[in-house]
Design a protein around this ligand. Sequence first.
Ligand code: ZN
Ligand code: ZN
Ligand code: ZN
Length: 142
Amino acid sequence: MNEQMLQTAVKRLKMSGYKLTTARRTVLNILCRHDEHLTSAEVLTLVEAQEESIGRASVFRTLDLLTELAIIRPTYLRASTPHYIVMPKNGHHAHIICPQCSRVTEIDDCAVEGLLDEWGEHHNVDISGHVLELYGACEECQ
Ligand SMILES: [Zn+2]
Ligand SMILES: [Zn+2]
Ligand SMILES: [Zn+2]
């Protein structure tokens, strides 16, 4: 469980004026506990296993709301179905996808923050986060 990630997400939800309902808490818990990319179908299965009272529609509404608030972001990996990631406190998520074997390499350190801040200034936007997808052959596929 990534506790800090969960606390940040809950805080942002409340700051946007939303209550922490059972559905929202459960979905966020699951996404933060897995700390990785999950599809909506995977989230649904995990929610059902944990909290039977939460309906399917409520899970999808929650994913939509969290996406709208940029607390989570969809990212496309192997399939046309998006995987959801929780935006961490520093707003950075970057990974490299190998187009040959679909291996995903997570990049923890951020090398582009300065550049993005400059971009933000240029467009009069206070940049608070980014999701980057890079593509390239992994070590084994080179
Ligand atoms: Zn990733
Ligand atoms: Zn590869
Ligand atoms: Zn970054």
